[in-house]
Design a protein around this ligand. Structure first.
Ligand code: URA
Length: 210
């Protein structure tokens, strides 16, 4: 596994992931689990954020206490499934700025085409976390990061729930400067581009659209 990839093997993450993979888990249960697991993944993906200190006064003394440095984080959701991870991360980082990237696959060229792009200003000054539960072929992730770099982002990390080896290879080749944090690297992609064993279509599972 390239050094760029962190697999979060914490027991709580793996337990929740198993419940999410189970096809008998309800839509409400899936959504709740996604929210909970995104808290734990957010903890890991923000582990190396820059810190500074702020002078404060506790009831007992003045101290220089640690605090996040720099401008507010940018969280970028790849529509639509990214929104499930986004909601949980915002519970932990409520002051983060939020952007959305919408991409669809052109059936002729099979390449991702942008239909929506709205991101916070001054991306070049922000740590940017791109979220999408499923890193499958990697095509949308690569296209989203391309767009974010064009918009100025320079400190980018990618957070997903499941990754296929094919998606990791695609991302690390196109964007070797973007670390990936995931709860699992699964076996492979099937002929329909689904991650196996996976959890099915993340958007359908979280929004009950199938
Ligand atoms: N997107 C999904 O929602 N699931 C997969 O398995 C692959 C891509």
């Amino acid at each position: 596994m390239p050094d760029l990839v962190t697999v979060v093997d914490h027991p709580l993450v793996q337990h929740k992931l198993t419940l999410m993979r189970d096809k008998t888990t309800s839509t409400a249960g899936f959504r709740q689990l996604l929210r909970e697991i995104s808290h734990l993944l957010a903890y890991e993906v923000t582990r190396d954020l820059d810190m500074t200190t702020r002078r404060i006064e506790t009831p007992l003394q003045v101290i220089d206490a640690p605090i996040l440095d720099g401008k507010k984080l940018a969280l970028i959701s790849i529509l639509r499934a990214g929104n499930g991870l986004l909601d949980g991360i915002l519970d932990l980082i409520p002051a983060a700025r939020v952007g959305f990237v919408g991409l669809y696959r052109d059936e002729g060229t099979l390449k991702p085409v942008q239909y929506y792009f709205k991101v916070p200003d001054r991306l070049e000054e922000r740590a940017t976390i791109v979220v999408d539960p499923m890193l499958a072929t990697g095509n949308s992730a690569v296209a989203a990061v391309d767009l974010l770099k064009q918009a100025g982002a320079a400190n980018i990390r990618f957070l997903c729930l499941l990754a296929a080896p094919e998606g990791i290879a695609c991302m690390t080749q196109a964007h070797p400067d973007v670390p990936i944090v995931t709860a699992s690297v699964d076996e492979r992609l099937n002929d329909h581009g689904y991650i196996v064993p996976g959890l099915g279509d993340a958007g359908d599972r979280m929004y009950g659209t199938k």
